[in-house]
Design a protein around this ligand. Sequence first.
Ligand SMILES: Nc1ncnc2c1ncn2[C@@H]1O[C@H](COP(=O)(O)OP(=O)(O)OP(=O)(O)O)[C@@H](O)[C@H]1O
Length: 551
Amino acid sequence: MARRPLPRILSSGSAHIARSREMARSAADSATDVLHPLITITRGLRLLAGSGRRKWAATPKERRGPALFLVAACVLVVALLPYGPLLTLISVMAVAGWKGRDRTPARKGPNDAELQRLRSLYEALVPYFSVPEDPSPLFAHGGEWDKAFDEYEFDADGRLTRLRVSYPAYFTDGEDSSRVRIEHLLHTKSGRGREYLFDWDEEGNELVMSVLPPLPTDIAAQRFVTTPGETVLGFTDAAAVRRTVPVMEGDTTRDAPPVVWRTGARSTEPHLLVVGRPGSGTTSLLRSIALQALAHGDVVIVDGNGTGEYASLTGRTGVLAVECGLSGALSGLEWAANETERRLIAANRARQSGHAVPDDTKRPLWLLLDRPSAFSHPAAADGRPDPQELLQVPLRHGRAANVTVVVAEQFDTLDALSRTVRTHTRARVVLGAATRDELASVLGAPPHTTPTPETPTGRGYARLGTGPVLRLQVPATPDPYDDATSDAHRRAVLDLLPDRHTPPGATTEPTDTATRTAEPDPEPAPPARTKVKPRPRQSQAPVPAAVPAEG
Ligand SMILES: Nc1ncnc2c1ncn2[C@@H]1O[C@H](COP(=O)(O)OP(=O)(O)OP(=O)(O)O)[C@@H](O)[C@H]1O
């Protein structure tokens, strides 16, 4: 059977309809192009009219009369001016055109993946931020997440970088354990491997979580711009401190936010305790402090490690002693205790007789003790006092006598520190990996940030007295005599060292000499800047790390 042709309307209809649609679309496009200025101006006029209406509504009733009068006066002036109405019309059109211009709207709201992240975060928070008794809970399974998350930001990889969470007033945000649970959950769900800052606003029932950039690790030892009495412990977040200091990085200078510790008579935390794990950079921090202290004062170093990491300081001007053995440590600290008393008495006498405090009581004296607990056992075995006992006077009265004590100790041997040391060292630093409890026990408060995914050496936290816990990165101040030290760092440290006051060959005394120095001095030797120079005790003879040689 021959096939009958389809009716014309069915065979050519679809093509016809498509053509008509195409024509209509191009006509609409052309009309839009032609009418575009008109559309823009109309939109602008509508916006202007809207803002005018709002302004009028916001004007107090008693001011409406004068405002109307002013407008009428303006209209009259414009009407009387030559070309006034025309110029006004052109100006209004121009303003309307500017106001109504097409601003491509920025993408609002999260994309699908981000939306999914926010929803799952919201769902995860429901058990923590809701109670069955709440009739209209902010957090409920399947609830409106956008009411709880007021602000959010994602990075290019779609990971959260900032989130503001509103939570119900009954959440126990005053309890550390409740906060820790929320912080842990948000940290885990938002992606590990980054450091987060949690900022709790208890009054507003809001929590802001933000990602912190890593602290720069490329600042090396250098002369920092500080006043006498200020020591740069390291560098922190720009938002955490009010001040910056210029720092050199290679050939460039930039401003960095320092953690500045103030010592001396007006300091509220005149002594420092540094705690860390082995290799965390505590010795480097003490070296950095020594280099800064030597710019204005004298230094006595007691090295319980006995590994000679302070050898570069031996015999330098202002370095009164570098002690590695028990006898040397005892005699050095005994001298320091006597010197503290001498300064106090001299200053007191001068004040009572109405004179100025003598200059030789003002020069800062620093006692830097690296792992003093290493001496405790040999001292007990030998029936001699623990060197820490000799710190009582400098710690208790050092502030008035310009004597500053810095103690570095490791977590494992923290118990061996005397009560006096713990009580009087109110400036605290923790370096290296540490649990939240360890940080809280040393600093007196936990940090508001999550632990670092990788802890570079010299990275940790600082807290000065009752101040906030600050992230800290210590400037690289390695031992210049260490073969592993880079040339740039070696040069940086050597440039900061004062000149030698004794030739290098005379620095190493045999162990028996160090033992001899254990005999108490008939009179305490005054510091280097006074008329008589103290006898520098450099017992740098190599000794085992834990047990000093002469015991
Ligand atoms: N802030 C820092 N920047 C770069 N490198 C550092 C920093 N602090 C320390 N280091 C390097 O880390 C290593 C260990 O440092 P340091 O000796 O100061 O640690 P420590 O805590 O005293 O450890 P230990 O008690 O085992 O000697 C050294 O090679 C040192 O150069």
